[in-house]
Write a protein that binds this ligand. Structure first.
Ligand SMILES: CC(C)(COP(=O)([O-])OP(=O)([O-])OC[C@H]1O[C@@H](n2cnc3c(N)ncnc32)[C@H](O)[C@@H]1OP(=O)([O-])[O-])[C@@H](O)C(=O)NCCC(=O)NCCSC(=O)C[C@@](C)(O)CC(=O)[O-]
Length: 321
């Protein structure tokens, strides 16, 4: 347990992850309501929308309007996802957003083709090109990311050496563009990871690139999300993407069942009970998770919103004593 971090940063992705896959339609005002509520919980970073073609992802057709309607709260970074330069230009045109650059590779050629219609080589060149656009636009590049890091529904197991090599490619791209990545995010897009593979992959990347800060983007499709987060915490990982109530999933991941991200309030519960600070008010987050359920109109997978937090029981004990 000695590598446990003292605090973690949670990047909330529920609005983007959730509304890209919910069958909807969901009113723009209700999407904004969720983002505004999340901003009241102590979360410091919220990924609000993705700027992708509406015909591919209809739930993001109102992305520009959602961003325009956010009531910004000081101290919260409001971010977005894009997968091509057109998407970046839409983000740059949105004064309500904090635009941080990301570069992203994918060790699975099959998933990359489904998700972005690119070959590995085309995607490498696309990242090189977008780095130049970041530079010209004065965008700070913060994050490198790998999708399908732990396995792929279309390609099977991903060899660890391939993952380590792709992290090397991300660092090479960044170095060519004279950029230092703040961290590299390893995404378990199709929920293949288990605690053992988290240890193996994080350990191998660390061994090859000591000092590189890593973050985890975990999906809970096979119920391993929180166990995988625990394995990451034990290895000192201190940045996690998560989604309130367990919203979300990639529409191109080939799942029929629930495909949500690791649930933010469950992760906050785990961290705070382990003495790892998140800066997030769990009671307020649980209320927001219930709001998310109301907005999508069906039950969402998170557990703590159903079981409740422990604060009222602890307070009751104090009163009784
Ligand atoms: C990447 C593309 C866009 C390339 O798609 P493409 O077909 O190569 O793009 P294109 O440049 O040929 O354009 C096709 C049409 O889309 C338009 N277009 C083009 N770009 C934009 C844009 N940004 N905004 C609005 N419109 C756009 C463009 O103008 C054109 O319109 P048309 O001439 O046919 O009328 C496509 O493959 C795509 O839409 N992919 C969407 C994939 C997606 O949203 N996946 C889910 C998010 S990723 C994810 O969830 C994983 C993650 C991040 O969570 C981490 C993890 O779990 O691994």
């Amino acid at each position: 347990m000695s590598d446990l971090p003292k605090s973690v940063t949670i990047n909330e992705e529920g609005p983007r992850e959730g509304f890209q896959i919910e069958p909807g339609p969901i009113e723009t005002a209700r999407k904004i309501e969720l983002i505004d509520a999340l901003a009241q919980t102590g979360l410091r970073q919220i990924q609000t929308v993705s700027f992708v073609p509406p015909k591919n992802v209809p739930g993001m057709a109102d992305a520009d309007a959602v961003v325009a309607g956010i009531r910004r709260r000081p101290g919260v970074a409001y971010t977005a996802l894009w997968l091509n330069e057109r998407g970046l230009l839409r983000a740059l045109a949105s004064p309500n957003l904090d635009v941080f650059g990301t570069i992203s590779l994918c060790p699975s050629a099959a998933f990359l083709q489904r998700n972005q219609k690119r070959t590995l080589g085309e995607n490498y060149e696309a990242q090189r090109s977008i780095l130049q656009t970041y530079k010209k636009s004065g965008v700070k590049v913060r994050r490198g990311g790998l999708m399908a890091t732990f396995g792929c529904n279309f390609e099977g197991d991903i060899p660890v050496d391939h993952v380590v090599g792709m992290v090397g490619q991300l660092l090479q791209l960044a170095s060519e563009a004279e950029v230092t990545l703040d961290f590299v995010s390893l995404a378990d897009t199709m929920a293949w990871a288990t605690p053992t593979s988290i240890q193996r992959v994080v350990g191998s990347v660390r061994e090859r690139f000591p000092g590189l800060r890593l973050s985890l983007h975990l999906h809970d499709t096979r119920g391993m999300g929180i166990a995988n987060a625990f394995a990451g915490l034990q290895m000192g990982v201190d940045i996690f993407d998560a989604a309130v109530a367990g919203l979300g999933g990639c529409p191109f991941a080939g799942h029929r069942g629930a495909a949500g991200n690791v649930c933010t309030e469950d992760l906050v519960f785990l961290c705070e009970e382990m003495g790892i600070s998140t800066g997030i008010d769990l009671d307020s987050l649980v209320e927001t998770a219930r709001l998310a359920e109301d907005i999508v109109g069906h039950m969402l997978p998170g557990s703590v919103k159903t079981g409740g937090t422990l604060s009222k029981f602890r307070n009751a004990q104090r009163v009784a004593v």
